[in-house]
Design a protein around this ligand. Structure first.
Ligand SMILES: Cc1cc2nc3c(=O)[nH]c(=O)nc-3n(C[C@H](O)[C@H](O)[C@H](O)COP(=O)(O)OP(=O)(O)OC[C@H]3O[C@@H](n4cnc5c(N)ncnc54)[C@H](O)[C@@H]3O)c2cc1C
Length: 480
């Protein structure tokens, strides 16, 4: 691929296909779209376009392909591995204005929407019918259906209900040449190869999903939520493995450490026991009061056996929302502590949580960076949040190094380089830790089925892509 040089590029042809208010290119806009929530890797786009329909997306992609301009799809930009960052510049295709619900079919428990819709809006639209969209990333009030599909997002309730791919029936996708494909549909995937599985989690590298049919799941009629305080990290992490070992699979099993409690206290004035070093938020749900209560009793026994300090039980919906606050607002509250946060993401077998958490704190202390932990403990999904100042290149480098050390340890303990935040640019170089050259070549071949070029979200997921050396030299940019 010849290097794309945006200073030589005239975007008049692209502009002529859209209204003026659908193209952004001022310095503020370009700065706002130069990264996602993985803020230590930035690259400026030339223009940002705001299509409103599948056919407009196809027109934009078609123009980019004929002009040889790279393009990157972006939902809400809450991704945590640099997936929506335009590594080689070019055009950012934002789905912000593609946020319509197109069809609701209560009888068949499914809904079709444009993919720029925020996750939470889907559930809000069908709540009165006792249904919801089960994938619930903690970013759900803003993160989009398309971004959830792109990252195959999980969330607190993934433990029981599964990740995004398990709730997608079909997609309309503009492929990297601008052709519109229908994959699956209201009835799910038909005969033939299951392409939905490869599109979910493909991080915008196989095309731009413009519409999707999603499954709607009944809201459980009985929900019990408890927040349990522990005197040590170890007693909490051992409890996680202990709960799962009893055979009880809670709907959610989340952990927060003292750093998160402090941030939430500062931001929202909530108080937690002074001697608590960790909290577990446990939710059990189902259709029978007796069954759910039995699960909660089983959880209580394990917590008490591990020396918990106290257990708060939500008595109504208001209290439930208050107990969830430490989990839902925890990362946002960290803005009180430092200007920048990088949330790392790895997976380990649950039984290794105690050892892994000790390791995370020791790495943070060795690198002299602040860390707080908030994560889907039941899944063994680890999220150390490093807080620092991204205007300081030394701190940026330390945060990136710490992340790599932690991911290497996850692999050593039998885990994975990513649980739910994807590979993006952040983890590309770590893929060979998990995959052999033959495995990676098989993935590259699968990518080429849809994307045989180098323009659609280049320099993501798979290492050693052609034309990406320049970006790699200037990545880990310091905020300007
Ligand atoms: C506070 C906070 C909490 C979070 N909690 C969770 C959590 O609990 N679980 C979890 O899994 N993640 C979580 N995340 C990460 C993030 O919110 C998810 O990955 C989310 O799915 C990204 O959605 P988005 O709309 O912001 O996508 P973006 O960040 O805009 O894009 C993400 C990727 O998807 C691609 N993409 C976007 N739209 C499309 C489309 N229409 N078609 C094809 N590709 C597309 C992009 O190119 C990019 O590669 C959290 C992030 C934050 C900041």
């Amino acid at each position: 691929m010849g290097a794309y040089n945006d200073s030589r590029m005239d975007f008049a042809g692209l502009r002529s296909k859209l209204r003026a208010d659908q193209v952004l290119d001022g310095s503020a806009a370009v700065r706002a779209y130069d990264c996602d929530a993985y803020t230590v890797d930035r690259s400026k786009p030339s223009v940002i376009v705001l299509p409103e329909s599948t056919s407009e997306v196809a027109t934009i992609v078609w123009w980019c392909v004929s002009a040889g301009v790279p393009f990157t799809c972006r939902g809400a930009g809450t991704g945590l591995s640099g997936g929506a960052m335009p590594a080689l510049g070019g055009v950012v295709i934002s789905t912000k204005r593609m946020n319509q619900i197109l069809e609701i079919d209560i009888e068949n428990r499914c809904l079709r929407a444009q993919t720029g819709i925020a996750n939470r809006r889907i559930s809000d639209a069908v709540k009165a019918d006792g249904l919801h969209f089960a994938p619930d990333p903690s970013s759900q009030s803003v993160s989009t259906l398309g971004g959830n599909i792109g990252e195959n997002a999980g969330g607190p309730h993934t433990l029981k209900y599964g990740v995004t791919v398990q709730h997608i029936l079909g997609v309309t996708m503009v492929d990297p040449l601008g052709e519109v494909l229908e994959i699956g549909g209201k009835l799910g995937c038909g005969p033939g190869y299951d392409f939905l599985g490869i599109i979910c989690g493909s991080e915008g590298t196989l095309g731009i999903v413009t519409e999707a049919w999603v499954k709607l799941t009944p809201i459980p009629s009985v929900i019990e939520t408890v927040l349990v305080a522990f005197p040590t990290i170890r007693s909490a992490t051992e409890t996680v493995a202990g709960i799962i070992a009893t055979g009880t699979i809670p709907a959610a099993l989340e952990m927060m450490d003292r750093g998160i409690m402090n941030a939430v206290s500062m931001a929202f004035g909530l108080e937690y026991p002074a001697e608590a070093q960790a909290l577990l938020l446990v939710e059990c749900d189902g259709e029978s009061v007796e069954a759910v209560e039995a699960e909660i009793e089983s959880v209580r026994a394990v917590c008490e056996g591990n020396g918990c300090l106290e257990m708060s039980v939500a008595k109504d919906e208001k209290e439930r929302a208050r107990l969830w606050m430490v989990r839902k607002k925890g990362i946002g509250a960290m803005g009180r502590i430092a200007p920048s946060i990088v949330t790392h993401d790895g997976v380990i077998p649950r039984s290794k949580l105690p050892e892994m958490l000790d390791f995370v704190y020791s790495v943070a202390s060795e690198k002299n960076i602040g860390v707080a932990n908030i994560f889907h403990a039941g899944d063994g999904n680890l999220h150390p949040c490093f807080y620092f100042d991204d205007r300081d290149s030394v701190q940026v480098e330390k945060v990136v190094e710490a992340g790599e050390i932690i991911i290497r340890k996850c692999i050593e303990l039998g885990g994975s380089v990513s649980g739910e935040h994807g590979i993006g640019v952040e983890k590309m170089d770590l893929m060979p830790l998990m995959f052999t050259p033959a495995d990676l070549e098989a993935q590259a071949m699968a990518k080429r089925i849809f994307n045989d070029g180098e323009l659609c979200n280049p320099c993501k997921v798979l290492p050693n892509q052609r034309g990406c050396a320049e970006h790699r030299m200037r990545w880990r940019g310091v905020a300007t």
